[in-house]
Design a protein around this ligand. Sequence first.
Ligand SMILES: [Zn+2]
Length: 122
Amino acid sequence: MAEQDLERLRKKLLRQREEVFHGLHDLEKDWQELAEHEIEFEEEAQKAELTELFAQLDEREQREIEEIDLALSKMAAAIYGICEGCKKSIPLARLDALPATRYCLDCGARKEEKMKIPPAFA
Ligand SMILES: [Zn+2]
């Protein structure tokens, strides 16, 4: 995948992540501070703060964050955009629409039938 596409999708994921936390009004400021120095998964202190924020989300929101984090860590490992079902590249148009998706359209539709994944992540 081209560097500029990756960067664009990464920004989308970060924005989505921010939007989920946005619902928590009192925590908005905390989150913005965290976002400013980007998400360093290795840093224990930040991780603790994020865990605290995370605990205040509802189940659906937590799942959203998990999916987004998974996509971000896949980017870091340079395996982003590969379908977990068939191991083929997920088309860029699909990633643009659903940057946190783990599956191509076909596998996503199959998974959705089986596991009832919310449509946003199918
Ligand atoms: Zn697939």
